[in-house]
Design a protein around this ligand. Structure first.
Ligand code: MN
Length: 254
C-alpha cells in the first residue's frame, strides 16, 4: 500500500512526524508532500497568481511553496511515480470540528485527494485545555491513529467523499472509544480582533483564537470530542442543499 502524507502546519510540523509514525504501522511505501510553511486556515485555496516551487528534503520527502491543496496536487502529479492508495492529511495541531472544516487546510487537502478519486482521511488533534506540553499534544492521535484508520481502509467510500477524524485532548488511556458522527456547528462568533501597532508605527489587526462556544447537538463531532471519544465524520463535496431545490425552482416558474 502506498500512502501520500500532507499536513497544513507545514513540512516541519510535529503532527506530520506523528502521522508518519502512524502510517509506518501500515506500510513503508510512504511519500510526503507538505507546504513549506504553516498554512492553517487556508481552506481549499489553490495558488494561481504566482508559481510554486517544489523542494526535495530527502527520499520521498518534498515541500511546496503553496497551500495544502497545492501540496496534494503536486504530490499526485510531480512527486509520486504511481497513484497512492491512500492520502492522509494531518495530524493537525488543533481541532477541525463543526464549521472549522470549511476553513481547514487539513480537511481541504483530503478534499483534494477525494476529488482525485483517492481514499482520503483528514486527522486532527484537539488541543489539551490543561496546557499540556507540545510533546504531549498528540498522545491520543499516536495511540488511536492505527485503530481508527484500519477499518477505513476498505470501508465503502462514495465518489468525492472523505473522512474527517478528530482526536480528543486526552491521554490515550482516557479516550473512551470511537464514534461515527455528523458534523456539528459552532455558535457563530469570530472572536476578538486584536489591534496593535507594528515596529514601524502602522496599525495591524490579528484575529484572536478565543474558545468558541457551541451548542452540543446530539450525534455531532463536537459532542463526541466533548464526551472523550475519537470522532469520525464522513464528508462529501456536494454542497447542494437538496431539500431547497424544489422550493427554489418554484420561485423561477411561470
Ligand atoms: Mn493546521
Amino acid at each position: 500500500m502506498r500512502i501520500l502524507l500532507t499536513n497544513d502546519d507545514g513540512i516541519r510540523a510535529p503532527g506530520l512526524e506523528v502521522l508518519e509514525a502512524i502510517a509506518r504501522e501500515f506500510t513503508d511505501d510512504i511519500w510526503i508532500c507538505a507546504p513549506d510553511e504553516e498554512q492553517s486556515g487556508m481552506g481549499h485555496a489553490l495558488t494561481l497568481t504566482r508559481p510554486v516551487r517544489l523542494r526535495k528534503h530527502g527520499e520521498r520527502r518534498f515541500s511546496v511553496t503553496g497551500t495544502p491543496t497545492d501540496s496534494v496536487t503536486m504530490g499526485l502529479r510531480k512527486v509520486v511515480d504511481a497513484a497512492p492508495d491512500l492520502i492522509l492529511s494531518g495530524v493537525n495541531r488543533g481541532a477541525n470540528l463543526g464549521d472549522d472544516i470549511t476553513y481547514s487546510g487539513t480537511a481541504s487537502a483530503a478534499m483534494e485527494g477525494a476529488l482525485a478519486g483517492i481514499r482520503s482521511i483528514a486527522l486532527s488533534q484537539v488541543y489539551a485545555r490543561n496546557g499540556a506540553a507540545d510533546e504531549d499534544t498528540f498522545r491520543a492521535a499516536l495511540a488511536w491513529g492505527k485503530r481508527v484508520i484500519e477499518p477505513l481502509l476498505d470501508a465503502p467510500m462514495p465518489d468525492r467523499s472523505l473522512i474527517n477524524v478528530n482526536f480528543p485532548p486526552l491521554a490515550a488511556e482516557d479516550v473512551k472509544g470511537i464514534r461515527v458522527v455528523r458534523q456539528g456547528f459552532h455558535d457563530y462568533a469570530r472572536g476578538t480582533v486584536v489591534e496593535g501597532r507594528d515596529p514601524r508605527g502602522f496599525q495591524y489587526y490579528w484575529f484572536g483564537l478565543d474558545p468558541i462556544e457551541h451548542t452540543l447537538d446530539h450525534g455531532t463531532d463536537l459532542e463526541a470530542i466533548d464526551d472523550g471519544f475519537v470522532s469520525v465524520t464522513p464528508l462529501h463535496l456536494d454542497l447542494t442543499h437538496y431539500s431547497s431545490l424544489d422550493t427554489l425552482a418554484s420561485r423561477f416558474e411561470g
